[in-house]
Design a protein around this ligand. Sequence first.
Ligand code: AHM
Ligand code: MG
Length: 329
Amino acid sequence: MSKVLSLTKFIIQERAMFPQATEEFSTIMTQIALVGKIIARELSQAGLIDILGSTGATNIQGEEVQKLDERANEIFVQAFEDSHIVGTLISEEMETPVSVSTTNNSGTYALYFDPLDGSSNIDVNAPLGSIFSLHRLSSLPKSNESLLRAGSEQVAAGYILYGSSTILVYTCGNGVQIFTLDPGIGEFLLSAGNITIPRRGKIYSVNEGNRWKWTSGMQNYIAYLQETDAPSGRPYTGRYTGCLAADVHRILLKGGLYLYPGEVKKPEGKLRLLYECAPLTLVIEQAGGIGSTGMERISTIHPTALHQRVPLIIGSPEDVETAEQVLMC
Ligand code: AHM
Ligand code: MG
């Protein structure tokens, strides 16, 4: 029988090996795992209780809020309320950050999250995710400006993917680990450690319905991937679920690239820098890949607004580099 290693035990071992994986970090990861278990349970019952469909409200992103978006956000907030460690919660679903610190000298971590990624999949029982990013601040934030931090400053990031099973993928700068939830015992168990992304893949993941809204450079790049050229491994095959966490997870394991480009009339694209692009870039970089806008690396961008959007091209290093070369011409 193979060795069974729970998330809790893995973090304790990691703490012994890597001083940066502190006790505080263990506590935060335990709470994130709890959030994942609760959301997974609610999703598994979604068709049975009155939790599908829209709330009728619109969020700060101008998007229709689904009941499950709201519920997932609430689960994150409740898990970190009165935290002595995480002082500030910044969510894709909340207009402004929420302070959950209990005292002035505690709670210097800030947790950024997209509580339920892939909202259009909610009503059709397709994959969904939760994406998170952790920053350590030198003091409690005095203004929103102090929460505008580059991806390179993240101390940890990851995602929970609610698919055929529920998995938790994270990095705290020591490689990428994958844990699978065993629903029978309610524990995340290590299912794959120190993941490395293939240097080049054969999959591209993009919403091609937007093709005529892209720049000609982006249209040409996707056409290039579809051409037949055996020596360079083309044509690539297309895969797109409508859930970023699911599509990036496929790319992490199989190689290739995910793209959500800017459009001629909307150059910033759709995805949010702090809740989606920066955390997924940290995971992919830790596995040996690259996250880019096509013009600059995601991790070096200094945000100018909490809900800032940026184009995203993420995946195998050779694929992303080729895309950058084509787009920068
Ligand atoms: P969300 O966080 O509101 O669900 O939006 C992000 C999602 C990604 O998960 C997904 O890749 C993309 O938006 C899908 O958008 P589109 O329907 O425009 O292809
Ligand atoms: Mg999202």
